[in-house]
Design a protein around this ligand. Structure first.
Ligand code: ADP
Ligand code: MG
Length: 331
């Protein structure tokens, strides 16, 4: 059982950034409004995610660490998935390859904690916590040295954690995010911080993009709002006059999930073909939403590719939506 968990874990968790992604998505699924992530040594030594969500009942703590136990789906509706989690794999996987401790408190109940290390689960114990959940993961991959060897430098892994956090923060602008690096001990330093935004979706996104990409981007971006055959796209895309050297700032989301997809980035480039030189990447943050039935995000638990039932519609939406906005702005 422990060995199976360790093998399966490699599918879900490839590196510290994928662990951060799973834990932050759990916090979002729990209705958190503030999420604080603390890392050390690029996330290899420590990842701690604290949220103010609704918590895990004491009796459910051992279940949360059991394979394929999820509170989010009853199995009848796998194609129609609205929460991030649905496999019940992340926590057992992390507990199989690292030292995991979950402390949680549901309103009106006492706080409790459970620990699992290299797949060995301890008993639930009383704990001290005012509210929400704290998940602490130490020594990722200590139980699988072969995988540990594949990790890059602390600096590179830390950068990947920052990238993942920024994408997650962009997709949830009403939620506050903080990423802190405590390598070497003490208070550490705040890597980035985005306070909860308010207002309508465009206002909130504008504020969040200013916090994450930069005020100069947000203030020099076209507002995008387009629709095509059941696909809806909103977001902001840079004016052709906005230049940020070689820095690539392209953020694409499908149904709230960050994706990296050649089809979508190719469409983005095509939209700017006449107004931007070939070697420049247009900065943009675009959110495509559609019926979950029209898109497959169930390709691989750790990967961020998407498969549209009809890729031509997605491409057309991006090209025509952006060209329309560019033309309206006189480009
Ligand atoms: P999944 O997210 O696919 O359900 P996970 O292994 O990530 O599986 O989590 C298992 C279960 O633990 C979740 O279904 C949820 O009930 C609970 N859980 C995990 N993290 C949190 C959290 N931060 N707040 C509340 N509940 C959580
Ligand atoms: Mg999950």
């Amino acid at each position: 059982e422990a060995a199976i968990n360790r093998i399966a874990a490699g599918e879900v968790v490839e590196r510290p950034a994928s662990a951060v992604k799973e834990l932050v998505e759990n916090a979002l699924d729990a209705g958190a409004t503030r999420i604080e992530v603390t890392i050390a040594d690029g996330g290899k030594g420590l990842i701690r995610v604290r949220d103010d969500g609704w918590g895990i009942p004491e009796a459910a703590l051992p279940l949360a660490l059991s394979r394929h136990a999820t509170s989010k789906i009853d199995g009848s509706d796998l194609l129609n998935i609205h929460t991030f989690g649905f496999r019940g794999e992340a926590l057992p996987s992390l507990g199989a390859v690292g030292r995991l401790r979950i402390t949680s408190r549901v309103a009106g109940q006492a706080a409790a904690e459970i620990a699992v290390s290299g797949g060995r689960m301890e008993d639930v114990r009383p704990a001290a916590l005012s509210s929400g959940t704290v998940v602490e993961l130490r020594d990722l991959f200590f139980a699988t040295p072969a995988r540990l060897k594949f990790l890059r430098t602390d600096r590179a892994e830390g950068q990947a954690v920052t990238d993942v956090m920024k994408r997650l923060a962009m997709a949830s602008p009403y939620v506050g995010f903080t990423l802190r690096d405590v390598t070497g001990g003490g208070e550490g330093r705040v890597v980035f911080r985005a306070d909860p935004e308010s207002g309508d979706m465009f206002d909130a996104l504008h504020g969040r993009l200013a916090a994450i990409i930069g005020r100069d981007f947000a203030d020099n971006a076209l507002r995008i709002d387009a629709e095509r055959e059941g696909l809806h796209m909103i977001g902001y895309a840079a004016l052709p006059t906005y230049s940020r050297g070689a820095a690539v700032s392209q953020f694409l989301f499908v149904n709230g999930r960050p994706v990296r997809d050649k089809l979508l980035t190719g469409a983005l480039r095509a939209a700017y073909m006449d107004v931007l030189s070939r070697d420049r990447h247009p900065a943009a943050a675009l959110f495509i939403d559609c019926d979950p039935m029209l898109v497959d995000v169930n390709v691989h638990p750790a990967k961020s590719e998407v498969r549209f039932r009809d890729p031509g519609i997605a491409r057309g939406l991006i090209v025509s939506g952006l060209r329309h906005a560019l033309a309206e702005a006189g480009h």
